[in-house]
Design a protein around this ligand. Structure first.
Ligand SMILES: Nc1ncnc2c1ncn2[C@@H]1O[C@H](COP(=O)(O)OP(=O)(O)OP(=O)(O)O)[C@@H](O)[C@H]1O
Length: 959
């Protein structure tokens, strides 16, 4: 059978013991006082030692010369003279001795001077132990026990087998597993308890004894009785994996510790006895100070044989016997000193498990496999497993971080949705109130007929704001082919073209497409700015013919989304510009192209109608006009397909058919069918404006030379019509003025056109004032301004437009043109809204579309302003403004009310406040001339040698 230590398989541990891991514990040390014997009593020796309690023994006779020694000693247990051996066993040895049945080595020592009662005590302890061991065996029939007994004595440092009769000395051998073993020591397997008793008797008989002066039967040797107990569970005995608990208990009866002089023994005997005892004392003393350093186990046979029991794998109990007699006080003190040292020694006993050979082989094979694996794979298995564990943990952490990130995004998204929902709820509430208020206020707006058209729709001004995007305007529904075209420097592309096509385009000249919406304007009508999505700028270069495709994949010429090759050729021929349709959706591009063509054709037709010269050399088409860099484009336009126009035009002698005009309800119906304009007169008049504004780029000479009239139309058809009306009106007015001034000679020299009597003669008074009578201009400006304000109000002009216009045109003489144009436009609109013109702005189905759309956009603007208030104004600012506008602070929906109040009156203080507030809400920043130009025409008198009259339209330059 092999044996292993504490590193045995768990199943064995569980089966065989509570623990194979040794627990440190101190040696159990007890002291036993024997009674004074007959001799001691005979010589009247006194008993100086007394056990005052279970653990303390005191020297009760305080002699003066002994005061230097301690008088009280405490041990695990002390036994007085009246205590029987049974007590000593029970409390001072039994627990340790019986550990052997649990596989734990144990050793019981009896230490003391001769005749102190060592043999007397140890004999009793051995018998009790054996009895209890056998009793344990009887009570554990499930296990099979094997008891083996051996006995030896060490006499004069010679080991003898007490069970052998030859008395030859035995050698000590060092076994790597079992430690020091006694060679050839008889080990009797015990049959039963009696067998053991017989053997014990044999040992007793074999032990060296001799008469000493103190003890007639003195034990002159160290006796070691060794009982080995192996036990196995019976149920496992037939299995290969059976294991056995194996332990040894040593009952050691030491020879007397007294000095030879005291005992009177022979010198040699005493020397050897003392050598083993001396070594034992040294080992104990050293062990009591810890296991550091060298422990001289090998200095004596006794310490070599009992090495494992001295601070090793064994539980140890020492019973120190002493005579209470005063005559042995020195030996008693030495015994107590030894006992005190022994008390400090710590042992580390553990369960000893012995496995069968087969089980051992199995175990060893597993161990070999494990070791081979470690050799095969560099780095210990434990290290590898640690790295793997770390990698797993890292992966786990990364996964969790990703999950956390995802959860955070989900949370943010949910919060965003919640915010939107709350905003929607607020909007709904606000919207309800808004409708209540707005319905109530409809009548308040000057009882405006519903068919009043939107000034924004006709003024060619759409509003650009980084926050709002472009504000465009609905067109009236026109059967199933209705198109909704929004002209804006920010192109609004509504994907749902059919049946309602909503396209925002800069149309003819420069285009800058900056934003698109992913759903129709109507669908997002509650929020002007939120649903815009950045797309891409499309520019039309003033020069060059290349199509700029900045981000879109290249479009082929065959693409329907591109201008036709004819268009491109035409552009090349005329050379002034190129058109980029980059990033337009196909349907949008087609619409834009159609619109452009329509406008070109329309202008051409108008000019043809206007032209007194049927063979006018060349009329520049809409797209042929030289343009400055496009920055913005603002207009609203109702349009139809070019084919529609072309076909209809052919049937109407090149003029726009009435159906077409109905589809441009804003102004096309107003276009005079026949206009007679003295072109030379116009050209001459141009000189009167020379030098007033000259910010435009030079006009290509060929344009002037070849055409005499150079017209750069405004960006939308509405403005184009207004522009022409302005041209006609100005010419007519000037003509009248000249007539008054007796300039008929000039007038006679030119051909006349018939002028439609529907044209309102708005004149150019303000322009003339600003130029000819600068001193009167301020008064005239105020008058014009007030007139325009009234017109804004009457025509439901966009609030943003009013604000821009009001803040930009502050009375500079150069503003006169803008005021004049604005005045004319507004006057035109007001007039066209009169009953006699209602047919021009009412759709075929009879709806007063323009009125409703203008009012609707006004409401949207006010909603937009309302929403902006909390974004743009601090609480303090809002409170100040509320008080200024006389809105009670405890009123609900104050911002809404404020939005409804702005621009509702025409008195100047109100207008100023309104403009100021709206400007702040929309982030208005005056940008000088560029911003002014967004209001449409910029009449730039051209300095020419020929008295030609030139208008150059310049796109607005909103940055
Ligand atoms: N506690 C005791 N109660 C009564 N008698 C005792 C007690 N202890 C010892 N004796 C008696 O004292 C005598 C000596 O005892 P014992 O032989 O056990 O001493 P010892 O220490 O073994 O001596 P030695 O070392 O010389 O062998 C014996 O006759 C024994 O019966």
């Amino acid at each position: 059978m092999g044996s292993i230590g504490s590193e045995e398989p768990a199943q064995w541990e569980k089966a065989e013991g509570d623990s194979t891991v040794g627990e440190e514990e101190r040696i159990l040390v007890s002291v036993r006082l024997r009674p004074l014997n007959a001799k001691e009593l005979e010589r009247n020796d006194t008993s100086d030692w007394e056990c005052i309690d279970r653990t303390t023994v005191v020297f009760k006779n305080n002699l003066p010369d002994r005061s230097m020694y301690p008088t009280a000693y405490t041990f695990d247990r002390v036994f007085g003279s009246k205590c029987g051996t049974r007590d000593v066993y029970e409390e001072g040895a039994k627990e340790v001795a019986l550990s052997v049945v649990s596989g734990i080595n144990a050793t019981i020592f009896a230490y003391g001077q001769t005749n102190s009662g060592k043999t007397y005590t140890m004999t009793g302890i051995t018998e009790y132990s054996v009895a209890d061991i056998y009793d344990h065996i009887k009570r554990h029939e499930e296990r099979e026990f094997i008891l083996k007994f051996s006995a030896m004595e060490i006499y004069n440092e010679v080991v003898r087998d007490l069970l052998s009769m030859d008395g030859s000395p035995l050698r000590l051998l060092d076994d790597p597993e079992r430690g020091t073993i006694v060679e050839k020591l008889t080990e009797e397997t015990l049959r039963d308890e009696n067998h053991l008793k017989e053997l014990l008797s044999t040992c007793e008989a074999q032990r060296q004894t001799g008469e000493t002066s103190l003890n007639e039967m003195s034990s002159r040797s160290h006796q070691i009785l060794r009982l080995t107990i192996e036990s196995s569970a019976r149920e496992l005995l037939n299995r290969n994996s059976s294991s056995t608990l194996a332990a040894t208990v040593n009952f050691v009866d030491l020879a007397g510790s007294e000095r030879a002089s005291q005992t009177g023994v022979r010198l040699k005997e005493g020397c050897h006895i003392n050598r083993s005892l001396l070594t034992l004392g040294t080992v104990i003393r050293k062990l009591s100070k810890g296991r550091n350093g060298h422990i001289p186990y090998r200095d004596s046979k006794l310490t070599r044989i009992l090495q494992s029991s001295l601070g090793g794998n064994a539980r140890t109990a020492i019973v120190c016997t002493m005579s209470p007699a005063r005559s042995h006080i020195e030996q008693s003190r030495n015994t107590l000193l030894f006992a005190s040292c022994a008390k400090q020694v710590v042992t580390n006993a553990q369960v000893n498990v012995v496995m069968s050979d087969k089980a051992l082989v199995k175990h060893l094979q597993r161990e070999v496999f494990r070791l081979e694996s470690e050799l095969k794979y560099p780095g210990s298995a434990s290290c590898s497993s640690h790295f793997e564990a770390l990698r797993d943990k890292d992966a786990q952490i990364e996964k969790m971080e990703r999950e956390i990130k995802g959860l955070i995004q989900q949370r943010d998204l949910a919060q965003s949705h919640l915010k939107d929902l709350l905003a929607t709820v607020d909007d709904d509430q606000a919207s309800r109130q808004w409708h209540e208020l707005s319905h109530a206020s409809v009548s308040h707006v000057h009882n405006m007929p519903e068919d009043v058209c939107s000034i924004s729709g006709t003024s060619g001004v759409a509003y650009q704001s980084s926050e709002f995007g472009s504000i465009s305007f609905d067109a009236p529904h026109q059967s199933n082919n209705e198109y909704h075209v929004e002209l804006s420097d920010k192109l609004d592309i509504v994907p749902d073209i059919s049946p309602r096509h909503s396209v925002s385009s800069s149309m003819s000249t420069g285009m800058i497409l900056q934003q698109t919406r992913d759903k129709s304007f109507e669908a997002s009508s509650n929020d002007f700015g939120d649903h815009y999505r950045e797309v891409r700028c499309i520019e039309i270069h003033a020069l060059g013919t290349n199509i700029i495709e900045e981000f879109n994949p290249p479009l082929t010429e065959e693409s329907d989304d591109l201008p036709s090759q004819t268009d491109l050729d035409k552009l090349e021929d005329t050379g002034p510009q190129s058109v980029s349709y980059a990033f337009l959706r196909p349907e949008t591009e087609q619409s834009v192209k159609s619109i452009s063509e329509t406008i070109d054709d329309f202008i051409k037709t108008c000019l043809d109608d206007m032209s007194p010269w049927p063979t006018m050399p060349k009329i520049m088409t809409f797209r042929e006009l030289p343009l400055t860099r496009s920055r913005s484009c603002r207009a609203s336009l109702m349009t139809t397909s070019s084919s529609f126009w072309t076909e209809e035009a052919e049937q109407h002698d090149g003029r726009p058919p009435m159906n077409f005009l109905n589809e441009f309800p804003v102004s096309l119906g107003w276009i005079p069918r026949k206009i007679s304009v003295p072109l030379n007169d116009i050209k001459n008049e141009a000189h009167s404006f020379e030098g007033s504004q000259n910010t435009e780029e030079p006009i290509p000479s060929h344009a002037i030379e070849d055409q005499n009239i150079r017209i750069v139309p405004e960006e939308d058809i509405t403005n184009v019509s207004n522009f022409f009306s302005g041209v006609v009106q100005m010419a007519q007015s000037q003509h009248q003025k000249e007539l008054t001034d007796d300039q008929e000679t000039r007038w006679a020299q030119v051909e006349e056109f018939e002028v439609d009597k529907t044209v309102k003669d708005v004149g150019v008074d303000s322009v003339l004032y600003s130029i000819e009578s600068p001193s009167r201009w301020p008064i005239e400006f105020q008058r014009k301004q007030q007139e325009i304000i009234e017109l804004w109000h009457a025509c439901n002009v966009s609030l943003v437009h009013r604000t821009y216009f009001f803040l930009l045109f502050k009375g500079d003489p150069s503003d006169s043109f803008y005021l004049e144009v604005e005045n004319r436009r507004l006057s035109f609109l007001r007039n066209t809204s009169l009953p006699e013109h209602s047919n021009m702005i009412v759709a075929e189905d009879g709806r007063t579309i323009m009125s409703s759309s203008s009012l609707r956009y006004l409401r949207r603007e006010r909603q937009m302003l309302y929403k902006q208030m909390k974004k743009k104004l601090s609480l303090e600012e809002r409170i100040t403004i509320y008080s200024k506008w006389r809105i009670a602070l405890n009123m609900k929906q104050r911002s809404l009310r404020l939005a409804q109040l702005v621009w509702t009156k025409t008195d100047m203080p109100h207008v100023r406040e309104s403009a100021s507030l709206v400007a702040k809400l929309i982030g208005f920043q005056e940008q000088g001339e560029a911003l002014k130009e967004m209001f449409g025409l910029s009449f730039i008198p051209q300095q020419t040698n020929h008295r030609s009259f030139s208008f150059t339209y310049r796109k607005s330059l909103l940055m």
